[in-house]
Design a protein. Sequence first.
Length: 143
Amino acid sequence: KSVDVRARWRGYLLARGQVHLRYDLVLPDGSLVRIEETPEFVRPEKLFEDPTSQAPWLTKGLVGLRRTFTATGIPEGTSVSVAIKSDCVGYLMERLTGVADSEIKLGDGSKGRHVEGRVPLESTTPRNEVMLFFRPLPETKAK
């Protein structure tokens, strides 16, 4: 059974050169689940020796956003999920459910993906991540 819950912002923590965003979810039974998201800038060539071996569209020079989610306090038999929605060149994920994925034309005229889905977190697998990749904006020259 699916239920909506409200997320409460609990601040952020700076640790080991990364920001960790914190949210609390109060489930209908009153139990509390803490969600921690660690967003991180990534480049395909730093992640993989040969990025195209992971996906044909994953080329050097793209910029990426890795969103790693970790949950604590999820009751056994309960699953929580974080909704995502993005227009991007492409994406890589550990586990994504309820995926709607379609080809789109990006602002620069190139082909990309519109993806919507949910990043599931459970008591047995409380960590999950998704990586979204984009083309960098063209540099502008100062006048």
